[in-house]
Ligand binder design. Sequence first.
Ligand SMILES: Cc1cc2nc3c(=O)[nH]c(=O)nc-3n(C[C@H](O)[C@H](O)[C@H](O)COP(=O)(O)O)c2cc1C
Length: 435
Amino acid sequence: MTKQMHLIGFYMHSPINHSIMSWTDPEDDRVDGLATFEHWKRLARTLERGCFDGAFFADTPGGFDRYRDSLDDYVRYGVTWPCYDPMAPVSVMLAETEHLGLAVTASTSGSHPYTTVRRISTLDYMSGGRMGWNIVSGHLRGEHRALGIPQLEHDARYDHADEYMEVCYRLWNGVDQAAVLADRDGGIYADPAHVDVVDFDGEHFRCHAVPPTLPSRQGRPVLFQAGTSGRGQQFAMKHADVVFSIQPREEGMVKFVKSFNEAAAAAGRRDAPGVTFGVQCVLGGTEAEARARQVEIAERVPLDAALCRMSGTLGIDFSTLDMDTPLAEQTTDASRGMLMALASMAGDREATIRDAARIFGASTGMAQIVGTPEQVAERLETIWRASGCHGFNVTPTTNLRSVEDFVDQVVPILQRRGVFRTEYDGHTFKDTLLN
Ligand SMILES: Cc1cc2nc3c(=O)[nH]c(=O)nc-3n(C[C@H](O)[C@H](O)[C@H](O)COP(=O)(O)O)c2cc1C
């Protein structure tokens, strides 16, 4: 089979995904949908109809509290508030589908590896191996304040996360195939000789337990990682099957994959993790209509709302800074990968804080691919070929209307071009995503 593009839907369990104020759009049904299961069932059915690899839930489990040192704008504009638990829609979506993979973001701060393995691997087992985990190390101050725990500094968070993963691997690898007997006549469920007692005593974690779940059909969940500083990439080389990145410009995507593959080679990783880029496709019947839509999406975002989300993500209170100064002058202990990506968004000239806020408000920094379905399909294929990326995390402009439009209008063109599957040929998320 020739190499195929991978497509993953990209969502959050909140009134918006990645476009602030999308809930105000007359086409958008997320506000009412949040109080139902049907919203997520319909999303799952739509994605599976479009042969998507999966759906990926970002999660910011605490508030954006840096801007003016307050949570007011986070609440006022619904900037991912309320922030519901993504495990609930993920369960519903798995139950509604047979092939679709589901990835959930879970932070290594404020939870124990045993709890995380138990939650995610339970669904991985029940779904026949269709779960993924986006491992994040807790860059948000709000997450730590919510739990009343101290936030470690940037590199120490990754050291802590490395140890977290050590415990996870032991729990995932602790049951061998011969363990379960389920011998009804003999009354023996499993042979303890084939189940490890994990006895871990590390700097951050202790765990004395047998694995809480059996391995799934794919063994353990697919592992994603999204931090892209130097230390973040080291972590990715060690743990990730797929790396998720945001680059506001197409040139940035080409550069990112090249430098990432070089880093993988230098780290001795023979097969570098695939890279998927977040994109937002803005469709119109004509190019002019799509461009007008792009302007509408950006202009409905109050500057305060955009700065609230950007301040939270970058750990900088932008209310104290001149909007027309270069973003690159700032440093951060929060998301360095995101700061670097946004600082390069204006190409030849230096991006200002105002430039960055505009794209952060519209698409959380993701490149917008704007045009007719034909133009969007063509652009995706061009980026995919030029960068050598694995595929795309596609965030909608409206829920669920723009997901349906993408599946009905763009996917068939990609399929005709021979770059995207017309049916699933595996069972697990690994089968679908990692080939
Ligand atoms: C593209 C991208 C997506 C991310 N998604 C999330 C997320 O959904 N939830 C979260 O808590 N952190 C998220 N993060 C934060 C990272 O996992 C990481 O903690 C942070 O970027 C700091 O790492 P870095 O400096 O290596 O980029 C994301 C980061 C990037 C770059």
